[in-house]
Design a protein around this ligand. Structure first.
Ligand code: ZN
Length: 267
């Protein structure tokens, strides 16, 4: 096993769907490789380890030219390995954030020792670490369907966490790849680019239009998989926040609304 493989943890969650997670960092980010034609990589992780080596190993080939990266959004923890691939798709309104330099606070947070629960790969150098800029080669829109050999992926615009966040629905396996829209843990609706009302409308759309079609949710952070019912629970939680019936605690300037298996952070 290479050093990279001890940083990434690989699990075949469904036939030909590989979870590539990074549980050694507080972000506990999940990327997914769909072994289809062409292969699809949903997000590329933090850039701490070389995710392309894992993808090569899983595909059993060196040539990654036809791998299609689909970013669920442009946050640093989802695009760190983008530069290792040729084909990058992202929702059209977030394209520029793939190449804008990251703020120093973000880099400092990534490399902060206390965020590591495992040693990073031996070639990781915190003094030179950065999110290498990348460029979109394909721009995504709501309702677009990406046709692959044995599956269709529908792009669902799911703003709120970020304006150009997407979820992907795989018709073949009835799986929702939910990005940062849905996961177990604190949901971020407090960022500069977040919007609580928009986030609620997204959850409502997912509940009314998609939940009954979905068998499982594969999120971009933490435990995998989640049951579809989580969508309804989160929709109700957002509703309670917006109608003023949910309680919160204040942490610095951020309100934390705590629910059973998740919380929601807002300003
Ligand atoms: Zn995010």
């Amino acid at each position: 096993m290479s050093a990279q493989n001890s940083w990434f943890e690989v699990t075949e969650v469904l036939k030909d769907v590989f979870l590539i997670s990074e549980p050694g960092h507080a972000e506990w980010i999940n990327s997914y490789l769909l072994k289809t034609d062409p292969p699809v990589l949903i997000d590329t992780g933090m850039g701490i380890g070389d995710i392309s080596l894992v993808v090569r190993q899983l595909l059993g080939k060196d040539d990654l030219k036809n791998v299609l990266v689909i970013n669920t959004h442009s946050h640093y923890d989802h695009i760190g390995g983008n530069h290792l691939f040729n084909r990058i798709a992202i929702y059209y309104s977030e394209r520029e954030y793939l190449y804008k330099p990251q703020k120093k606070e973000i880099i400092d947070w990534i490399i902060d020792n206390s965020n590591f629960t495992r040693s990073p790969p031996t070639d990781f150098d915190e003094t030179t670490f950065r999110i290498v800029p990348s460029h979109a080669t394909m721009l995504l829109h709501d309702g677009e369907v990406i046709k692959l050999k044995d599956r269709h992926l529908e792009i669902i615009h799911a703003p709120g966490h970020s304006p150009g966040s997407i979820c992907l629905f795989d018709y073949a396996t009835k799986t929702l790849f939910s990005g940062d829209v849905i996961y177990k843990g604190p949901l971020y609706a407090h960022l500069e680019e977040s919007n609580l009302k928009t986030y609620y409308r997204t959850m409502r759309k997912l509940m009314l239009t998609w939940q009954h079609k979905i068998k499982r949710v594969l999120p971009a952070h933490n435990e995998v998989p989640l049951v579809p019912m989580v969508i309804e629970r989160m929709e109700k939680a957002f509703e309670q926040i917006l109608n003023g019936t949910a309680e919160f605690t204040l942490e610095n300037d951020i309100k934390r609304y705590s629910f059973k298996r998740f919380s929601i952070l807002t300003k």
